[in-house]
Design a protein. Structure first.
Length: 293
Protein backbone atom coordinates (compact mmCIF):
# COMPACT_ATOMS: atom_id res chain seq x y z
CA UNK A 1 0.00 0.00 0.00
CA UNK A 2 1.12 3.54 -0.70
CA UNK A 3 2.34 5.52 2.28
CA UNK A 4 0.14 8.42 3.35
CA UNK A 5 1.46 11.90 2.54
CA UNK A 6 3.62 13.50 5.19
CA UNK A 7 1.87 15.89 7.57
CA UNK A 8 4.98 17.88 8.51
CA UNK A 9 8.74 18.11 8.04
CA UNK A 10 11.18 17.33 10.85
CA UNK A 11 14.78 18.54 10.59
CA UNK A 12 17.30 16.97 12.99
CA UNK A 13 20.49 18.68 14.21
CA UNK A 14 22.97 16.34 15.90
CA UNK A 15 25.44 17.19 18.65
CA UNK A 16 29.18 17.69 18.86
CA UNK A 17 31.53 14.81 18.07
CA UNK A 18 28.75 12.63 16.64
CA UNK A 19 26.74 12.42 13.42
CA UNK A 20 23.22 12.21 12.00
CA UNK A 21 23.30 8.44 11.53
CA UNK A 22 22.86 8.03 15.27
CA UNK A 23 19.33 9.44 14.90
CA UNK A 24 18.09 6.67 12.61
CA UNK A 25 15.81 5.06 15.19
CA UNK A 26 14.24 8.42 16.09
CA UNK A 27 13.88 9.32 12.41
CA UNK A 28 12.17 6.01 11.66
CA UNK A 29 9.90 6.47 14.68
CA UNK A 30 8.75 9.86 13.39
CA UNK A 31 8.59 8.74 9.76
CA UNK A 32 6.20 5.97 10.82
CA UNK A 33 3.99 8.77 12.16
CA UNK A 34 3.95 10.49 8.76
CA UNK A 35 6.71 13.02 9.27
CA UNK A 36 9.18 13.70 6.46
CA UNK A 37 12.44 13.46 8.39
CA UNK A 38 15.70 15.05 7.26
CA UNK A 39 19.02 14.76 9.07
CA UNK A 40 22.40 15.98 7.87
CA UNK A 41 25.92 15.89 9.25
CA UNK A 42 27.12 19.32 10.31
CA UNK A 43 30.27 20.44 8.54
CA UNK A 44 33.37 18.83 10.01
CA UNK A 45 31.25 15.96 11.39
CA UNK A 46 30.31 12.52 10.12
CA UNK A 47 30.59 12.34 6.36
CA UNK A 48 30.45 16.11 5.76
CA UNK A 49 33.90 17.54 5.17
CA UNK A 50 35.22 20.24 2.85
CA UNK A 51 38.48 22.00 2.06
CA UNK A 52 38.03 24.36 5.01
CA UNK A 53 35.98 21.93 7.11
CA UNK A 54 38.01 18.83 7.94
CA UNK A 55 36.84 16.57 10.76
CA UNK A 56 36.44 18.64 13.90
CA UNK A 57 36.08 22.08 12.32
CA UNK A 58 33.11 24.02 10.95
CA UNK A 59 35.13 26.34 8.73
CA UNK A 60 38.26 28.45 8.54
CA UNK A 61 36.14 31.45 9.51
CA UNK A 62 32.44 32.28 10.08
CA UNK A 63 31.72 28.69 11.13
CA UNK A 64 28.77 29.58 13.35
CA UNK A 65 27.04 31.39 10.47
CA UNK A 66 27.82 28.66 7.97
CA UNK A 67 26.28 25.85 10.04
CA UNK A 68 23.10 27.94 10.24
CA UNK A 69 23.19 28.40 6.47
CA UNK A 70 23.54 24.63 6.09
CA UNK A 71 20.40 23.98 8.14
CA UNK A 72 18.51 26.42 5.97
CA UNK A 73 19.75 24.67 2.83
CA UNK A 74 18.35 21.38 4.15
CA UNK A 75 15.09 23.14 5.04
CA UNK A 76 14.80 24.51 1.53
CA UNK A 77 15.44 21.05 0.07
CA UNK A 78 12.84 19.49 2.38
CA UNK A 79 10.22 22.07 1.42
CA UNK A 80 10.99 21.67 -2.28
CA UNK A 81 10.25 17.97 -1.89
CA UNK A 82 7.30 18.52 0.47
CA UNK A 83 5.79 21.91 -0.45
CA UNK A 84 3.49 23.67 1.95
CA UNK A 85 4.13 21.54 5.03
CA UNK A 86 4.90 22.89 8.50
CA UNK A 87 8.58 22.56 9.47
CA UNK A 88 9.86 21.48 12.89
CA UNK A 89 13.49 22.00 13.88
CA UNK A 90 15.00 19.65 16.47
CA UNK A 91 18.44 19.90 18.03
CA UNK A 92 20.30 17.90 20.66
CA UNK A 93 23.17 19.42 22.69
CA UNK A 94 25.33 21.42 20.23
CA UNK A 95 22.55 20.76 17.74
CA UNK A 96 20.18 22.57 20.08
CA UNK A 97 22.43 25.61 19.95
CA UNK A 98 22.49 25.42 16.15
CA UNK A 99 18.72 24.94 15.98
CA UNK A 100 18.06 27.91 18.26
CA UNK A 101 20.51 30.11 16.34
CA UNK A 102 18.91 29.09 13.04
CA UNK A 103 15.38 29.81 14.26
CA UNK A 104 16.51 33.20 15.57
CA UNK A 105 18.24 34.09 12.29
CA UNK A 106 15.17 33.00 10.29
CA UNK A 107 12.19 33.47 12.62
CA UNK A 108 9.57 32.90 9.94
CA UNK A 109 11.10 29.64 8.70
CA UNK A 110 9.92 27.19 11.38
CA UNK A 111 6.61 26.16 12.93
CA UNK A 112 8.07 24.48 16.00
CA UNK A 113 11.43 24.35 17.78
CA UNK A 114 12.77 21.52 19.97
CA UNK A 115 15.90 21.99 22.08
CA UNK A 116 17.12 18.96 24.02
CA UNK A 117 19.99 18.70 26.52
CA UNK A 118 21.58 21.99 25.48
CA UNK A 119 23.26 24.66 27.61
CA UNK A 120 22.42 28.09 26.23
CA UNK A 121 23.55 29.77 29.44
CA UNK A 122 27.37 29.53 29.42
CA UNK A 123 27.59 32.60 31.66
CA UNK A 124 30.90 33.58 33.26
CA UNK A 125 32.34 30.12 32.65
CA UNK A 126 31.65 30.57 28.95
CA UNK A 127 33.33 33.98 28.92
CA UNK A 128 36.37 32.59 30.73
CA UNK A 129 36.46 29.60 28.42
CA UNK A 130 36.33 31.86 25.38
CA UNK A 131 39.31 33.85 26.67
CA UNK A 132 41.28 30.63 27.14
CA UNK A 133 40.35 29.48 23.65
CA UNK A 134 41.44 32.82 22.17
CA UNK A 135 44.77 32.46 23.99
CA UNK A 136 45.07 28.91 22.72
CA UNK A 137 44.38 30.09 19.17
CA UNK A 138 47.07 32.76 19.47
CA UNK A 139 49.58 30.14 20.63
CA UNK A 140 48.67 27.14 18.50
CA UNK A 141 46.40 28.29 15.69
CA UNK A 142 42.73 27.57 15.05
CA UNK A 143 42.92 24.33 13.08
CA UNK A 144 44.46 22.09 15.76
CA UNK A 145 42.61 20.10 18.44
CA UNK A 146 41.78 22.20 21.48
CA UNK A 147 43.20 21.24 24.86
CA UNK A 148 41.06 23.68 26.81
CA UNK A 149 37.66 22.76 25.32
CA UNK A 150 37.51 19.19 26.65
CA UNK A 151 39.07 20.22 29.98
CA UNK A 152 35.96 22.22 30.83
CA UNK A 153 33.38 19.89 29.29
CA UNK A 154 33.85 16.26 28.30
CA UNK A 155 36.46 15.38 30.91
CA UNK A 156 34.70 16.73 34.02
CA UNK A 157 31.41 15.35 32.71
CA UNK A 158 33.00 11.92 32.43
CA UNK A 159 34.54 12.19 35.91
CA UNK A 160 31.17 13.15 37.40
CA UNK A 161 29.84 9.60 36.92
CA UNK A 162 30.67 7.41 39.91
CA UNK A 163 31.96 3.91 39.16
CA UNK A 164 32.08 4.71 35.46
CA UNK A 165 32.91 1.86 33.12
CA UNK A 166 34.06 4.09 30.23
CA UNK A 167 34.76 7.76 29.56
CA UNK A 168 31.41 7.96 27.78
CA UNK A 169 29.13 6.75 30.57
CA UNK A 170 27.92 10.33 31.08
CA UNK A 171 25.99 9.97 27.81
CA UNK A 172 23.62 7.21 28.92
CA UNK A 173 22.89 4.47 31.45
CA UNK A 174 22.51 2.01 28.57
CA UNK A 175 25.86 0.19 28.22
CA UNK A 176 25.06 -0.97 24.69
CA UNK A 177 24.58 2.62 23.52
CA UNK A 178 27.70 3.80 25.35
CA UNK A 179 29.76 1.04 23.73
CA UNK A 180 28.31 1.82 20.31
CA UNK A 181 29.41 5.44 20.68
CA UNK A 182 32.90 4.41 21.75
CA UNK A 183 33.24 2.01 18.82
CA UNK A 184 31.97 4.47 16.21
CA UNK A 185 34.91 5.99 14.28
CA UNK A 186 32.78 9.05 13.49
CA UNK A 187 32.15 9.78 17.18
CA UNK A 188 34.44 11.30 19.77
CA UNK A 189 36.50 13.20 17.21
CA UNK A 190 38.59 15.99 18.71
CA UNK A 191 37.21 19.46 18.11
CA UNK A 192 39.56 22.16 16.87
CA UNK A 193 40.10 25.46 18.61
CA UNK A 194 37.95 27.21 16.00
CA UNK A 195 35.10 24.71 16.48
CA UNK A 196 35.07 25.27 20.23
CA UNK A 197 35.05 29.04 19.71
CA UNK A 198 32.14 28.70 17.29
CA UNK A 199 30.22 26.55 19.77
CA UNK A 200 30.74 29.07 22.59
CA UNK A 201 29.52 31.85 20.29
CA UNK A 202 26.47 29.81 19.24
CA UNK A 203 25.51 29.07 22.83
CA UNK A 204 26.03 32.63 24.02
CA UNK A 205 24.14 34.23 21.15
CA UNK A 206 21.25 31.77 20.96
CA UNK A 207 20.44 32.03 24.66
CA UNK A 208 20.77 35.79 24.89
CA UNK A 209 17.72 37.99 25.27
CA UNK A 210 18.63 39.73 22.01
CA UNK A 211 18.69 36.36 20.24
CA UNK A 212 15.50 35.01 21.77
CA UNK A 213 13.74 38.32 21.11
CA UNK A 214 13.83 37.53 17.40
CA UNK A 215 11.48 34.57 17.86
CA UNK A 216 7.71 34.89 17.68
CA UNK A 217 6.17 34.70 21.14
CA UNK A 218 3.64 32.17 19.81
CA UNK A 219 6.28 29.75 18.48
CA UNK A 220 5.71 26.27 19.96
CA UNK A 221 8.90 25.28 21.80
CA UNK A 222 9.67 21.81 23.19
CA UNK A 223 12.44 21.59 25.82
CA UNK A 224 13.83 18.37 27.28
CA UNK A 225 16.56 17.75 29.85
CA UNK A 226 17.98 14.92 31.90
CA UNK A 227 18.09 15.08 35.67
CA UNK A 228 21.45 13.28 35.62
CA UNK A 229 22.95 15.07 32.62
CA UNK A 230 26.27 16.67 33.66
CA UNK A 231 26.37 18.73 30.44
CA UNK A 232 23.35 20.75 31.58
CA UNK A 233 23.91 20.71 35.33
CA UNK A 234 21.37 17.95 35.85
CA UNK A 235 18.87 19.71 33.60
CA UNK A 236 19.30 23.12 35.25
CA UNK A 237 20.30 24.70 31.94
CA UNK A 238 17.01 23.58 30.42
CA UNK A 239 15.09 24.92 33.41
CA UNK A 240 16.93 28.22 33.03
CA UNK A 241 16.03 28.42 29.34
CA UNK A 242 12.38 27.63 30.00
CA UNK A 243 12.31 30.28 32.73
CA UNK A 244 13.93 32.89 30.53
CA UNK A 245 11.53 32.21 27.69
CA UNK A 246 8.50 32.32 29.96
CA UNK A 247 9.64 35.57 31.57
CA UNK A 248 10.06 37.05 28.08
CA UNK A 249 6.45 36.28 27.23
CA UNK A 250 6.72 33.10 25.17
CA UNK A 251 3.31 31.45 25.23
CA UNK A 252 3.91 27.88 24.07
CA UNK A 253 6.93 26.56 25.97
CA UNK A 254 6.88 23.02 27.34
CA UNK A 255 9.66 21.59 29.52
CA UNK A 256 10.14 17.96 30.50
CA UNK A 257 12.95 16.83 32.80
CA UNK A 258 13.52 13.08 32.82
CA UNK A 259 14.89 12.55 36.31
CA UNK A 260 16.78 9.32 35.64
CA UNK A 261 18.38 10.28 32.33
CA UNK A 262 21.87 11.44 31.46
CA UNK A 263 22.82 13.42 28.34
CA UNK A 264 21.44 11.49 25.39
CA UNK A 265 17.70 11.17 25.89
CA UNK A 266 17.32 9.30 22.60
CA UNK A 267 19.89 6.70 23.70
CA UNK A 268 18.71 6.32 27.29
CA UNK A 269 16.52 3.80 29.05
CA UNK A 270 13.05 5.32 28.73
CA UNK A 271 13.68 6.81 25.28
CA UNK A 272 10.41 5.39 23.93
CA UNK A 273 8.49 7.56 26.39
CA UNK A 274 10.45 10.65 25.37
CA UNK A 275 9.95 9.97 21.65
CA UNK A 276 6.24 9.39 22.13
CA UNK A 277 5.92 12.63 24.08
CA UNK A 278 7.72 14.51 21.33
CA UNK A 279 5.46 13.00 18.65
CA UNK A 280 2.38 13.96 20.69
CA UNK A 281 3.67 17.53 20.97
CA UNK A 282 4.40 17.78 17.24
CA UNK A 283 0.99 16.29 16.42
CA UNK A 284 -0.70 18.88 18.66
CA UNK A 285 1.06 21.69 16.79
CA UNK A 286 0.11 20.28 13.40
CA UNK A 287 -3.51 19.93 14.49
CA UNK A 288 -3.59 23.49 15.79
CA UNK A 289 -4.00 22.56 19.44
CA UNK A 290 -0.62 24.09 20.33
CA UNK A 291 0.33 27.32 18.60
CA UNK A 292 -0.36 27.90 14.94
CA UNK A 293 1.59 26.02 12.25
Amino acid sequence: PQSPPAKAILLLCHGMAEHSGRYQAFGEFMAARDYAVYAHDHRGHGFTTAADAPMGRFAFRNGARLVVDDVMAVRDLALAENPGLPVFLFGHSMGGMIAAATAEAHPQAFDGLAIWNSDLNPGLAGKFGRLLLLAERALKGSDVPSSFGPQFTFRPWARSIPDRRTEFDWLSHDPAEVDAYGADPLCGVDGTVSLWLDVVDLATGAGSKAGLNKLARTLPIHLVGGGQDPATGGGQAMQWLAGRMTSMGFLNVSLTLYAGMRHETLKEFGRAEAMSAFAAWADSVVSGETGTP
